[in-house]
Design a protein around this ligand. Structure first.
Ligand code: AKG
Ligand code: FE2
Length: 181
């Protein structure tokens, strides 16, 4: 699957050792969801989102949408509308890549706006490790100048903790930090 090739290239670019990469790559899992966003009443638009702000609990997420705009990404303190390109896959960084890269990559906070006049479809593929795979930053990425930001934890712990949090936003990895902010 394309996710393995891409994930491997990202891991290599981080300087991960083959053994650390293989621990994750041999047990990669994938889920695919099909999202349908119906039109919403104009009067509700200020308060209605198609999908509320969240980061994905994945290594990477691949997204294919129709050409109807709706996806918004949070950048420099504001929500920015993402312009879909025809026949193009977008790749988003998820929480697990943020942890594995010791904060080198930041997971993308995003949401989907509701539209009053056009329905929208998207297909989303999440790539994530098996439940028992350790996903703290590997030793080779840690030194005195780059101390570990995240503890060793596994995907099951992240997944369980995610459902206990009220806001599915950039705080999702906080319980797994070595030092609380
Ligand atoms: O529909 C989209 O553009 C994004 C969907 C999404 O963020 C998700 O399913 O996690
Ligand atoms: Fe998402």
């Amino acid at each position: 699957m394309a996710e393995i090739t891409l994930t491997e290239a990202i891991f290599e670019s981080l300087g991960m050792k083959r053994a650390s990469m293989d621990k994750i790559l041999v047990k990669l899992e994938q889920n695919v969801s099909f999202n349908y966003y119906p039109t919403c009443e104009k009067s509700n638009l200020e308060h209605t989102v198609g999908l509320r702000g969240h980061t994905d609990p994945s290594i990477i997420t691949m997204l294919l949408s129709d050409e109807v705009p709706g996806l918004e990404i949070f950048q420099n303190g504001e929500w920015i509308l993402f312009k879909p390109l025809p026949n193009t896959l977008s790749v988003n960084v998820g929480d697990i890549l943020q942890a594995l890269s010791n904060g080198g990559y930041k997971s993308l906070l995003h949401r989907v706006a509701a539209s009053s006049d056009t329905e929208r479809l998207s297909i989303v593929s999440n790539c994530y490790p098996s439940k028992d795979t350790q996903i703290g930053p590997p030793k080779e990425l840690i030194d005195d100048d780059h101390p570990a930001i995240y503890k060793d934890f596994n995907y099951k712990e992240l997944y369980d903790s995610m459902w206990k949090q009220r806001h599915h936003d950039s705080t999702r990895l906080d319980p797994f930090k070595v030092c609380a902010d």
